[in-house]
Design a protein around this ligand. Structure first.
Ligand code: ARG
Ligand code: ASP
Length: 735
């Protein structure tokens, strides 16, 4: 991004920045990135990274259950991903006697590997540009609705045709650059994926929420699975007869060590970014939206934390809720600081100015010169609605647990009204089960405290026309509001001892009771207002915004034809590349790029729920028993590099110049988490576990050396054919 500014000043930028922002489409790498990657040290061909005709690295990358990435690391389908990506599965197999979350798990043979329901691994077969087919019959001038419907129908036909022609594959049609480009993605989806191994959470989640988004980091955030296929090596549902999948490609693992400046690339499925927002909307996010959402979560987290620290059973039941709520909360805070520290708004404004000037200078672009100001206008108009929308989401939906829970009773009420007895009974049974699950990790006392603290924030934020219940509450003084909210909880029937029994016995009577319950009424009214007023208006704005954003990114590409552009992340396969790099976070604070087991020990707090350690790890540390994984008497644990990553890249392989696995991506460093909107190579860093730590834990700590036996280890670093820094090579791209 800064590049544009430098070039505007007529400077040649050197690559000493040593990083390229961007999450690139693998099938376009040969065309857009390859020569630069080579200059930075890459030693394999573009075809080895992505190819349709022969096996390539892409055949070893899996989309892990749609939200994370994983990679295949043996010819027997062994899959590596993060601990936090596999935690749901690890948890689901845990019992009080065999608590794999606490103690870890290592299948001693394939027979002991644990099958999982609702878990899949997808491998991309081909990415094909179908923009012309999808846009056929559309024009830029036609009304958005008509255009949309043609696109939908073209896309639908294309998908139907492909699905019929290739029944063994799955197809997905994705739009890029706000609908300027369409890609058809074919993939194989494997549904038999079994749990193979996981370290105890004191390693896999070491540092938990305190260390989350932070550097230096000391987490062994990995878990192991295995992909199974049928006798023909094809995807199949779970069967005891299935065999380990033999992938077209699996990654070699390099334990030869890494050095500052080494080339790295990340291959995975980043979820979503917003790289082409006008500066005004970035300002809205960091000045209004993030602070608002943070302020609600501040209260929730403070209330939870207070009890979690005192009460171990609350700690158990709220630990994953806490992690979920605090994850984005902390990232939003980091975004605010990062935007400020890098002067992002000023840089973006300067880029916008350059864009406008360029548009004015090029006749075909003159009609686009007002795009930034039109977008700014729309985003600013949308802001109050966006804030009200987040008020509902944060308070009524995510914040107050009981409010979301009670929304689930509306079908029961409908069935009672319709006097459909059989269906009513069935629904009551479903709801009884649901309520049992809800109560298993629900703390009534915490929830009403959260409610009295955050519902007033919602009431104050909502300015659009609301229903009776909300407006009555809004009219009350603060103390009165609190009293009313407290009463909602005391009078709600769901938490009464006999509620489940009564629900099963006489669903009709209970339906009436729920219909009269004030909490139910209020929550439903808030939800309805959200859908019919807030979401509806938000969507109207978005239709206009998206159409303008599409024109904007298109105009940007035409204004700067020599600059390569990458589309926003959208859960499709991407490659990011950069270098292992230390960084200066702020004045006098410089971070090194590698951490060691010494650092794990420094953070150790016996008995603490975030920083406790297993005795066996301490023993190995004291004996310096690191096997082949140590280096100069020390054991590497995590490292950082300049790859541009985001949520969804968790579990992504980090590869060296030869395409060998050296790291497992799991996070970003606090100072640079604004990279979803604005990437600055000086402080944006992705965080990885060093594969040597992963192997050490499997082999030395877990005693599962038979797993290491099926991997391909390389013990020497790629020779660096390039000088460590290519600072001397001037970057030649121009506008
Ligand atoms: N920050 C990482 C990501 O966004 C890790 C999240 C899991 N860990 C946690 N403590 N919440 O996925
Ligand atoms: N921790 C994120 C994930 O789980 C990665 C990131 O946001 O950098 O995908």
């Amino acid at each position: 991004m800064k590049r544009v500014l430098f070039l505007a000043l007529g400077l040649l930028v050197s690559l000493s920045i040593s990083a390229k922002e961007g999450m690139w489409l693998p099938h376009l790498i040969a065309q857009l990135n390859y020569s630069e990657m080579q200059r930075m040290g890459l030693q394999i061909s573009a075809e080895e990274i992505y190819s349709v005709n022969q096996s390539s690295l892409k055949d070893a990358i899996v989309h892990f259950n749609g939200g994370c990435t994983g990679e295949l690391i043996s010819d027997k389908g062994l899959l590596l991903t993060n601990h936090h990506c596999g935690l749901g599965q690890i948890q689901s197999h845990s019992t009080d006697e065999n608590n794999y979350v606490v103690d870890g798990f290592w299948a001693q043979s394939m027979a002991e590997e644990l099958p999982n329901q609702n878990l899949y691994a997808a491998i991309i077969q081909e990415i094909r540009d179908v923009t012309n087919d999808v846009l056929m019959g559309t024009t830029a001038e036609m009304p958005a609705e008509k255009r949309d419907s043609i696109i939908r129908s073209n896309g639908g036909m294309l998908l139907a045709k492909m699905r019929e022609a290739y029944p063994e594959l799955d197809f997905e049609l994705k739009d890029f650059f706000y609908g300027n480009q369409y890609l058809l993605i074919s993939k194989k989806i494997f549904n038999d994926v079994r749990l193979v191994g996981a370290p105890p959470k004191s390693i896999g989640k070491y540092g938990a929420d305190t260390d989350n988004w932070m550097w230096p980091r000391h987490t062994g955030d990995f878990s192991l699975f295995r992909v199974y296929a049928n006798a023909d090596n094809k995807p199949a549902d779970y069967s005891a007869e299935n065999q380990p999948y033999q992938p077209a490609k699996h990654l070699k693992i390099n334990i030869g060590g890494i050095e500052e400046g080494d080339f790295t690339m990340v291959y995975g499925f980043p979820g979503s970014t917003q790289q082409y927002l006008p500066s005004a909307e970035v300002a809205n996010i960091v000045n209004d939206i993030n602070p608002f959402r943070i302020s609600v979560r501040d209260r929730i987290l403070a209330i939870w934390d207070n009890k979690m620290r005192r009460d171990s059973s609350t700690q158990l039941s709220y630990v994953s809720k806490f992690a979920r709520v605090s994850n984005s909360w902390k990232r939003w805070k980091g975004e605010i600081l990062g935007v400020e520290r890098t002067n992002a708004l000023e840089v973006l404004k300067a880029e916008e100015k350059l864009f406008v000037q360029t548009c004015k200078a090029i006749p075909e672009l003159q009609k686009d010169q007002n795009l930034v100001s039109e977008l700014t206008d729309l985003y600013n108009k949308r802001k109050p609605i966006a804030l009200e929308r987040y008020a509902y989401i944060e308070v009524g939906y995510l914040g107050i647990e009981a409010f979301r829970h009670v929304l689930g009773y509306s079908k029961l009420l409908e069935l009672a009204e319709a006097e459909d007895e059989a269906a009513l009974k069935e629904e009551a049974e479903r709801l009884a089960k649901r309520l049992k699950g809800f109560k298993a990790d629900y703390d009534f006392d915490l929830d009403w405290r959260v409610a009295v603290n955050i519902l007033p924030i919602y009431l104050e934020m909502i300015k659009t026309e609301v229903g009776e219940e909300v407006s009555e509450l809004q009219a009350l003084k603060h103390e009165k509001q609190i009293k009313e909210i407290r009463e909602l909880f005391d009078e709600a029937p769901y938490f009464e001892e006999d509620f489940i029994e009564d629900l099963l016995d006489d669903p009709e009577r209970m339906a009436k009771k729920i219909a009269d319950d004030d909490m139910y009424e209020l929550s439903l009214e808030m939800y309805t207002h959200f859908l019919t007023v807030l979401n509806a208006r938000y969507r109207d704005y978005n239709l206009e915004i998206d159409a303008l954003q599409a024109r904007y990114v298109n105009a940007l590409q035409r204004a700067f034809p020599k600059k390569p552009f990458y589309p926003d992340a959208n859960s499709t396969l991407r490659v990011a590349y950069g270098r292992v790099a230390s960084y200066q976070a702020r004045d006098a604070v410089k971070y090194e790029s590698q951490t060691y087991l010494e650092g794990v020990m420094e953070k150790y707090v016996p008995g603490d729920y975030e920083f406790d350690l297993p005795q066996k790890l301490i023993d190995l540390y004291e004996r310096k028993d690191y096997g082949p994984y140590g280096q100069d008497g020390k054991l590497p644990v995590c490292f950082v590099a300049t790859n541009h990553t985001t949520g969804g890249n968790s579990g992504s392989p980090v590869l060296n110049a030869k395409g060998e696995l050296i790291g497992l991506n799991f996070d970003r460093a606090w100072d640079g988490v604004m990279s979803d909107m604005y990437f600055d190579p000086s402080i944006c860093r992705n965080v990885m576990v060093d594969l040597r730590y992963v192997l050490f834990i499997i082999d030395k700590f877990g005693g599962a050396s038979y797993l290491v036996d099926e991997m391909d280890l390389v013990t020497t670093r790629p020779d660096s054919i390039m000088e460590k820094s290519d600072a001397q090579v001037p970057e030649t791209i121009g506008m």
